[in-house]
Structures are given as C-alpha cells and as structure tokens.
Design a protein around this ligand. Structure first.
Ligand SMILES: NC(=O)c1ccc[n+]([C@@H]2O[C@H](COP(=O)([O-])OP(=O)(O)OC[C@H]3O[C@@H](n4cnc5c(N)ncnc54)[C@H](OP(=O)(O)O)[C@@H]3O)[C@@H](O)[C@H]2O)c1
Length: 263
C-alpha cells in the first residue's frame, strides 16, 4: 500500500484525534538505518512514532519530508534511554499503542572520550543493555496483555566473539541477545514476536574509527530494506547481511587458541 501525497493533499499538522492504529515505534530514530527504515514504513502506509534524544529538533527536516511525501501521521517523542524512571511515563503517553517496536539504540566505546573509566563502562552497559531491556519490559507487558505485536532489538555480530577492541560494547550487546532470547521464550504463549537482528558493519558514524575493508560495509538503506522485509515474517534471530551467519558460525567454533592467534 503506497500512499504518495499530491500537493493539494499535503497536511503538515499532526491531528491528535486521528487514529494512530497501524503504527511502528522506532527507538533511537536518529540513526541513519532507523531513518531509512522509517521512510520505508511511511512509504508502505504505516504511521510512525519516532523516539530519541532532542528528536523534535534533530529530526525536524526529516519529519517534514516524510509528512510532505506520504499520507501518514508521525509523532515524535523525547526519550533518553538512560532516564530509566521515565520509560513507563514515555510509553503511557502514547495513547494509540504501536503494533511493532524496533530499537536502534546503541553506543560504542569509540564514541566516548576515554572508554576505560568506570563511568564510561557504566554508560555503555546502561545504554546498550539496561536501558533497552527496561523499556522492552515496559512495552512487552502491554503487548502481552493485548496478545499481539512484535519487538525487535538491533544487536551486533560483535557480540558473538570478543576482540581486542570494543569488547565492553560487545559484552553489552551479548547480554542484550541473551535477554531477548529469554523474553522470546517468556512471550511465546502470548503471540508476541521478540526478535534480534545482528548487524555486520554498516556505514554510519558509529564505525568511523574502525578500519573495515570496504566490501564488508553495508549501506544503511540496503540494511533498512532487509529489516523491513524480514519484519513481515516470523523469525527469532537474523544476521544482516545474511552471510555473517556463516562467518560467525565458523568464528564461534574456532578453538580459543587459534581464534586468539588470528584475530
Ligand atoms: N553501524 C554499524 O556498523 C553497526 C554494527 C552493528 C550494530 N549496530 C547497531 O545498530 C544500531 C544503530 O547504530 P548506528 O550505526 O545507526 O549508529 P548511531 O547513529 O550512533 O545510532 C545509535 C542511536 O542510539 C541513540 N542513542 C544513544 N544513546 C541514547 C540514549 N541515551 N537515549 C536515546 N537514544 C540514544 C543515538 O541517539 P543520539 O544521536 O542522540 O546519540 C542514535 O540514534 C545500534 O544499536 C548499533 O549498536 C551498528
């Protein structure tokens, strides 16, 4: 269902009384991948709830573009995932609950000035793990009661096996993966799909300090297309691009001594 607006149909005001059914909640919506995915959902007629820090200001132009192009409704909501006590209030403030939620929230050590301090370790774990799981707990309670919906967390192939760099980030994503698996099992009887997407390197500011061979780096819009497609299916865990599943299978099964020598 593609819903392009003609010029005289344009309406940039959000009408609070219109139904927000069929909406997707995107957490960490300022990520390039998140924005590309939001555009795809909008193109396909879904309403959007975009959440993040300073989002009203930072996504102003993006929201205007989407509203001008597609006949959907967009709500922007301020969310700092580190403000744990605000999570419930944040979700309760969304009157028409979403049918699906995807979290792009993430922080990597290279984004911090000095990653070896305790407070930075805490910041990484609080952002990538505790913050994300706390909000997923809040949202999944509602989905469990409604016996429908899907929740997806964006994770990383880095979580599969440690390297000499960014292993606090890897540990936090690994903890997230384990949480998602537990949540998936817990919500199986309630018709709620809990999924994890493990990304390989994607061309976003997050990887600017890493030297990956160019051929291994995916484009955000390509990844968004793949996410949109698999989100229409029933799945638990997906690697994107999918070849990472085989690469990680080999790496995970390498004996420790050999792994430490080649990595
Ligand atoms: N790029 C890659 O190669 C790659 C590979 C594997 C996995 N991933 C994962 O993919 C997801 C998207 O990453 P990206 O590459 O698009 O990088 P990104 O642009 O840095 O996206 C991370 C998002 O998390 C948000 N965030 C961080 N701290 C937050 C907080 N306290 N409260 C609310 N939002 C917060 C950021 O918002 P602000 O702009 O406000 O900081 C940003 O929107 C992340 O979970 C990342 O770990 C990325």
């Amino acid at each position: 269902m593609v819903n392009h607006k003609s010029n005289n149909e344009k309406n940039t005001d959000i009408k609070p009384n219109l139904s927000f059914g069929n909406s997707i909640l995107i957490l960490g919506a300022k990520s390039k991948i998140a924005k590309a995915l939001a555009s795809l959902y909008a193109k396909n007629g879904y309403n959007l709830i975009l959440a993040g820090r300073n989002i009203e200001y930072d996504l102003k132009d993006f929201v205007e573009q989407i509203k001008n192009k597609y006949d959907i409704q967009i709500m922007v909501k301020e969310l700092d995932i580190l403000n744990f006590s605000s999570h419930e209030k944040f979700y309760n403030s969304i009157k028409q609950k979403p049918i699906g939620v995807i979290s792009f929230i993430g922080l990597i050590a290279s984004q911090l000035d000095n990653d070896s301090t305790f407070s930075n370790k805490q910041l990484l774990l609080n952002t990538n793990f505790l913050g994300v799981i706390n909000i997923i707990d809040v949202i999944s309670e509602d989905f469990q009661n409604r016996k429908s919906g899907w929740i997806t967390a964006i994770s990383s192939i880095a979580a599969e096996r440690a390297r000499n760099e960014n292993f606090i980030y890897a540990a936090s994503k690994s903890a997230l993966n384990t949480f998602m698996e537990g949540k998936r099992i817990a919500l199986l009887p309630y018709n709620v799909q809990i999924s994890t997407i493990k990304l390989g390197p994607v061309n976003t500011p997050m990887i600017k300090d890493f030297k990956y061979p160019q051929f291994l780096i995916s484009h955000p819009s390509k990844i968004a297309k793949k996410i949109y497609k698999i989100q229409q299916t029933k799945y638990s865990v997906k690697y994107l691009p999918s070849y990472w599943r085989f690469v990680m299978l080999i790496l995970k099964n390498l004996p420790e001594k050999l792994y430490c020598r080649i990595i």
